[in-house]
Ligand binder design. Structure first.
Ligand code: BJW
Length: 289
C-alpha cells in the first residue's frame, strides 16, 4: 500500500520548505529528455551489446578499439545535446541551499554545463571527458575535460553526422566495423606503456576514495531531511544504497522521480516518502520551483 499523499505536490512543497539538508542521487533518466539513452531497458542496447557489458575492464582489455568506439560515440552525443530543465532545477536548488549535495552517476557533463556549483556536485562514476591511463591505479595519469571530437583519428566513425532520419553506420549492427587495433589508440603520455581510456568507473572498479570519504562525512555530519532519487534504477552500488542509508529515525523523506513506479520502490516506501511518476525534466522544475 502506497503512503497517503505519496504523489501530492503541495505536501511535497511543505516538506521541501521544512528541509534543510538535502541529498540527491541522480541517474541516466535525468539526461533522457536531453536525448541520451539510459543503460537498462529499451535504450540500453548498442550494436546488439548491452551497454552495461561494455562498461567493464574486461571488455576494454578484450577489444579496446570497440569499447572506445562506444565511448567516443557517447562523447560525441553528450557534446551534441544540452542540459535540460531538470539539470537546471537541481543547479538552482544548489545555488539557493548550501546544504544541498548532488551525487550523480551520470558521466555526460550536463550538470556541469547547467552550472551546478562544483562544491555541491560529486560525479560518482567519473566523466566521459576525463581521460585516464589503462594502467590505472598503477599509473595515476588523468587529463580533465578533454572534449576532442573525434577523440583520435581512429575513432572518427563515432563523430560523423548523418541527415535526420538516417542511421549512423556505426549504430547499424548490420554494418561491419573495421577492427581498431590498440596501436591506433593514443598512448599514456606519462607511463608510455598503457593506452588512454575513458575516465569513467567501470564495474568492479573502485570509486574515488577521497570522494567516497567526503560523501560519508557529509551524510554523517547531521540529519538529512530529504533525499531526491532521480532517474535511476537504483541497482548499481554504492549509489543505490545512499537513500536508505541516509534515513534517520524516520525523519528523512525519500522522494523518487522516475518514469516508472517499480515493485521494489513500492515496497520500500514509508510514510512521508514521495514518488512522482514522469519525466524528470518536467517534474523537477515543478517540484523545486
Ligand atoms: C527516467 C526517465 C525520465 C528513464 N525521467 N526517469 C553491493 C551489492 C551488490 C553489488 C555490489 C555492491 N557493491 C559493489 C557491487 C558491484 C557493482 C554493482 O553495483 N553491481 C550491481 C549491478 C549488482 N558495483 C561496482 O562494481 C562499483 N564498484 C565498486 O563498488 O567497487 C568496489 C567493489 C567492487 C566489486 C565488488 C564489491 C565492491 C562500480 C559501479 C560502476 C558503474 N558503472 C556504470 C558505467 C559508467 C561508465 C559509463 O557511463 O559507461 O555506471 S554501469 C551504469 O549503471 C552506469 C550508470 O551510472 C549506472 C546506473 O545506471 P542508472 O543511471 O540507474 O541508469 P538505468 O538505465 O539503470 O536506469 C534509468 C532509470 O531512469 C530507470 O529507472 C528509468 O525508469 C528511469 N527513466 N527516463 C525520469 N525521462
Amino acid at each position: 500500500v502506497l503512503p497517503k499523499g505519496y504523489n501530492s505536490i503541495p505536501a511535497f512543497h511543505k516538506k521541501l520548505l521544512e528541509s534543510k539538508r538535502i541529498l540527491a542521487v541522480c541517474g541516466a533518466g535525468l539526461s533522457a529528455a536531453s536525448g541520451l539513452p539510459t543503460f537498462r531497458g529499451a535504450g540500453g542496447l548498442w550494436r546488439n551489446h548491452n551497454a552495461t557489458d561494455l562498461a567493464t575492464p574486461d571488455a576494454f582489455e578484450d577489444d579496446p578499439g570497440f569499447v572506445w568506439l562506444f565511448y567516443a560515440y557517447r562523447r560525441h552525443m553528450a557534446l551534441t545535446v544540452k542540459p535540460n530543465p531538470g539539470h537546471y532545477a537541481l543547479a538552482a536548488l544548489a545555488e539557493k541551499n548550501p546544504d544541498f549535495l548532488c551525487l550523480s552517476q551520470n558521466v555526460d557533463n550536463l550538470h556541469v554545463r547547467a552550472k551546478h556549483p562544483p562544491s555541491q556536485l560529486r560525479l560518482l562514476h567519473g566523466s566521459l571527458f576525463d581521460i585516464k591511463c589503462s594502467n590505472t591505479p598503477k599509473c595515476e595519469y588523468i587529463e580533465r575535460n578533454n572534449t576532442a571530437d573525434p577523440f583520435c583519428p581512429a575513432l572518427s566513425a563515432a563523430s560523423e553526422d548523418v541527415e535526420p532520419g538516417q542511421t549512423l553506420p556505426l549504430l547499424d549492427p548490420k554494418h561491419e566495423l573495421a577492427h581498431i587495433p590498440a596501436s591506433e589508440l593514443p598512448k599514456c603520455p606519462e607511463c608510455k606503456t598503457g593506452i588512454q581510456r575513458p575516465g569513467v568507473v567501470w564495474f568492479y572498479e573502485p570509486l574515488d576514495k577521497d570522494m567516497l570519504d567526503e560523501i560519508e562525512a557529509w551524510i554523517n555530519e547531521d540529519v538529512v531531511d530529504m533525499v531526491l532519487v532521480v532517474g535511476t534504477s537504483s541497482v548499481v552500488h554504492p549509489a543505490a544504497g545512499y537513500a536508505e542509508r541516509t534515513r534517520t529515525k524516520g525523519k528523512t523523506s525519500i522522494v523518487t522521480v522516475n518514469m516508472e513506479l517499480d515493485t521494489q520502490s513500492k515496497r520500500k516506501m514509508r510514510e512521508g516518502d514521495f514518488f512522482f511518476i514522469g519525466d524528470a525534466a518536467v517534474l523537477l522544475p515543478q517540484l523545486l520551483e
